[in-house]
Design a binder for this molecule. Sequence first.
Ligand code: RB5
Length: 145
Amino acid sequence: MKFYIATDHAGVRYKDAVKEMLTSRNIEVEDLGPFNTDRVDYPDYAKKCAIAVRDDKGSFGILICGTGIGMSIAANKVKGIRAALCHDAYTAEMAKAHNNAQILCFGERVLGLGTVESIIEAFINTKPEDGRHSARVEKIMAIEE
Ligand code: RB5
């Protein structure tokens, strides 16, 4: 399992902690920046991460901004990407099980690190469900055509 991670200035403080959560579980993580707290535009980093995930089949992404909203809207503009804004372990579990999301988005200004860890744990331990859920995901992807 490999994750790409990116943030904006409002999410960069959580980036190292999230990377540690992944590496301590023997999960590979590639940091796409930014590498300081200077103001940046979240669509630039959402695009970078979404393209990396799209081009590396089977990989996942984590995008963090102030709320997670801008990152999720921007990442979902990249064809083939399903980015889910999650607030807790339940939404993270459903994002994988029902929506087969490849990218997890959340807000540093919204969540504590304990909740973030439970979100990551749920996302990595859940598998996409077949049947009606995969059929619905196919319908989502067909909207892109
Ligand atoms: C930056 O101030 C903030 O707008 C951004 O991090 C994010 O919350 C946007 O959705």
